[in-house]
Write a protein that binds this ligand. Sequence first.
Ligand SMILES: [Zn+2]
Length: 112
Amino acid sequence: MAKSDKKITPFAFDLEASDIATEKNRARDLRGSQWWKRRCAKGVCHWCAQPFPARELTMDHIVPLARGGKTTKSNVVPACKTCNTKKKQLLPMEWEAYVQSLRSHEKGEGDE
Ligand SMILES: [Zn+2]
């Protein structure tokens, strides 16, 4: 009764290119929303907590689309170009270590 043609996927997320395209379209819509504009209007990068002009903030997926993340309000954050680029270059583990280092640095500063 074994199904010899059973598809075995080597990765946890077996994403169709069309799924990613759908999420990218959602991201484009969300980027045009008032909700997103308000988030960017705060002018703060989610990751490094540094101030930036709204136009310099980009939409970043906390869980990247390529890893099965979705375009939802809870999974997208404004990120500066530096953080966005870093996130793409680093491995997920390296990125988490980088975020941790940002967080610990942030704690020393006053909260306004
Ligand atoms: Zn940043």
